[in-house]
Design a protein around this ligand. Structure first.
Ligand SMILES: [Zn+2]
Length: 83
């Protein structure tokens, strides 16, 4: 199942359930259910709760990047929500 990392700065999560490391470079990762539960407990959330479930990149930054979060994960700037 798809889960989002707790915040845009936390790009890697080690699962205590399976010992696997997941990369959240886009703020989202597809992980097995039991790891998803671990990540959710650590502060992650489901993309369906974020309001940006439909498209990858709900925001557009001045630097040209389309981060999943309002804070640009490339330059750290403030991204504008795309409509
Ligand atoms: Zn940027």
């Amino acid at each position: 199942m798809k889960v989002c990392s707790p915040d845009s700065l936390c790009v890697e999560i080690d699962s205590s359930a399976t010992g696997k490391r997941y990369n959240f470079r886009k703020g989202i990762a597809d992980v097995p259910d039991r790891d998803a539960k671990t990540i959710l407990r650590e502060g992650g959330f489901l993309p369906s709760l974020s309001g940006t479930a439909h498209s990858a990149g709900g925001f557009a930054c001045k630097c040209g990047f389309r981060p999943f979060f309002r804070t640009c994960s490339r330059c750290g700037g403030n991204a504008e929500r795309m409509i």
